[in-house]
Design a binder for this molecule. Structure first.
Ligand code: BQK
Length: 130
């Protein structure tokens, strides 16, 4: 009902705010757009579920996420994919891995500091009711 739509609208605003703040952070530039297959032609052979910050925003606008947990699962794909695709001692690999770990920690710190657990519980009740 209307109250549920109010809650989900507030969730989308919260998720857009997080995603836009991450997109502005220069450390995460490599994660802002889908990986360019011309640049890394073997990427889709290694990474089965690509994800990036612009795709997160599109998903939010398409009402894909009803809980924080669903958003986190896709946000986690970004840094997990980067660790998987960059396992070597190559300086480029190490650089991307550092940024991936920074992304992981930054998302978790924002959620811990800024998400009200009662709000998340209401979102999970809406998810269970559908
Ligand atoms: C996002 C990501 O995981 C990524 N990984 C890369 N790794 C490499 O190039 C390593 C792989 N091992 C051998 C030495 N090269 S480049 C790259 C990337 C960075 C961008 O700014 C845009 C983009 O589309 C992709």
């Amino acid at each position: 009902e209307e109250q549920e739509e109010d809650v989900l609208r507030e969730l989308r605003l919260f998720l857009r705010n997080i995603t836009e703040r991450l997109s502005l952070d220069r450390r995460f530039k490599a994660f802002t757009k889908p990986v360019d297959i011309e640049e890394v032609p073997d990427y889709l052979m290694v990474i089965k579920k690509p994800m990036d910050l612009s795709t997160l925003l599109t998903n939010i606008d398409e009402h894909k996420y009803i809980t924080i947990g669903e958003f986190m699962a896709d946000a986690d794909l970004i840094w997990k994919n980067a660790l998987e695709y960059n396992p070597d001692s190559d300086p480029m690999d190490r650089n991307i891995r550092h940024r991936a770990c920074a992304l992981k920690d930054t998302v978790r710190a924002i959620i811990r500091d800024e998400l009200d657990e009662d709000f998340e519980r209401v979102c999970e009740e809406i998810r269970e009711s559908r």
